[in-house]
Design a protein around this ligand. Structure first.
Ligand SMILES: [Zn+2]
Ligand SMILES: [Zn+2]
Length: 393
């Protein structure tokens, strides 16, 4: 076992208690007041220069050592979800309807453990920027911190982040070069028809029939326009119209979630959705308006930084505990905004499988999920070794 891992295991109890404390007090995106206070207070106590207020509740801890000019960014997320916890654990959420069901409590505790270790024993030469972001869950806290000048105030030569992954053995490190998580686009389509009596459809314009044709037509974009070896998803998650069986409604609205793993495919999907919706609506006599509400870009890991992460992972936990080119995911992640601007890599750490029992194998965003505290030492040792390698004299 590596020395760094042994040293971090000595901190495991302290940071397990901290993780469970954060877990008991979950806070939604941009409301991480208690959590960010705790993060800032700990970082300052270990000698970090602490900056608050970027992206609202975001925190950056900076530690400069030696004369080296290299600058590294490590990022963790702090927000919880509007879910009623059902684990029954002693450290379960104290707040009804709020829960750390994605393990961001664990990501924060892991980066804090690394922060303490690096401040006390870190052998590096350069600038370490530890970034604790708000609002990863759909609210784009990473982008908000960047809009507030994150990388102008704290320039980084590379940036890394880690997410836990249920269903894989505890501590298994999963890496991937290239496109790793999908882009997401949120689209609202409004179809304006002409309301009327259900008995006299010929004097009305029915947006329900037009919308139904559009739902089916959209699926042909994935089947017939996207190259077969590329991934794309078009989900119509909401279709709302009408309230009574004998009334043809005036209007119908559709809410779409669109995913892909390639920037060109993302553009193709947006273009074809617009063309198909406008043409279909017109053929039924409806007016269509399409609102592209944005989302997250494709998350792309760069090669040299992913190579470095692989070397560190192999040294730390051995080849049997590292997956070198894991499959991409159709979920999305706002760390992708940071990777659009800087080279870097986003990796996963196994949160436990069926064999390990407990709550670790339960998928994230489920009321029975819990972060595996055994990962704090492994994750923190990975961060510490990565920092020492990247910022080697
Ligand atoms: Zn998450
Ligand atoms: Zn999540």
């Amino acid at each position: 076992m590596s020395d760094t891992l042994i040293q971090l295991q000595a901190l495991s109890d302290e940071f397990t208690a901290l993780r469970r404390d954060i877990h008991q007090h979950p806070e939604l995106g941009y409301q991480e007041f208690r959590t960010s206070e705790l993060v800032a207070e700990r970082l300052a106590s270990w000698g970090y220069a602490v900056t608050r207020g970027l992206g609202g509740t975001g925190v950056v801890g900076q530690l400069v050592r030696g004369q080296g000019g290299k600058r590294l960014g490590l990022r963790a997320d702090m927000d919880a979800l509007p879910i009623q916890e059902a684990t029954g654990l002693p450290h379960a959420s104290c707040h009804a309807g709020l829960m750390h069901a994605c393990g961001h409590d664990g990501h924060t505790a892991t980066l804090l453990a690394a922060a303490k270790h690096l401040a006390e024993q870190g052998d590096f030469d350069g600038t370490l920027n530890l970034i604790f972001q708000p609002a990863e869950e759909g609210l784009g806290g990473a982008r908000k911190m960047m809009e507030d000048g994150l990388f102008e105030q704290f320039p980084c030569d590379a940036i890394f982040a880690m997410h836990n992954m249920p269903g894989f053995p505890r501590g298994k490190l999963l890496l991937r070069e290239g496109a790793t998580m999908a882009s997401s686009e949120n689209i609202t389509i409004t179809l304006e028809g002409q309301g009327g009596h259900g008995a006299m459809p010929h004097v009305a314009i029915d947006p329900v029939v037009a919308g139904s044709a559009i739902v089916l037509g959209l699926q042909t974009i994935v089947a017939r326009n996207v190259p077969p070896l590329q991934m794309a998803v078009i989900t119509v998650g909401a279709f709302q119209a009408g309230q009574a069986n004998n009334v043809i409604p005036q209007r119908a609205t559709l809410e779409l979630s669109v995913r892909s793993l390639d920037r060109k495919v993302h553009q193709l999907l947006n273009r074809r959705i617009r063309e198909l919706v406008e043409a279909q609506a017109q053929s039924y006599g409806c007016q269509a308006s399409i609102e592209f509400r944005g989302g997250y870009p494709v998350l792309v890991n760069t090669q040299p930084e992913t190579d470095l992460a692989r070397q560190v992972a192999l040294e730390l936990v051995g080849a049997e505990n590292v997956e070198l080119q894991t499959a991409p995911l159709t979920g999305s992640e706002d760390f992708a905004f940071m990777l659009e601007q800087l080279p870097g890599s986003y990796l996963f750490i196994g949160n436990g499988d069926q064999a390990s029992g407990g709550h670790g194998a339960c998928m994230v965003h489920n009321p029975n999920y819990d972060f595996d505290d055994g990962n704090i030492a492994i994750g923190a040792a990975f961060w510490a070794r990565l920092a020492e390698r990247f910022l080697s004299a």
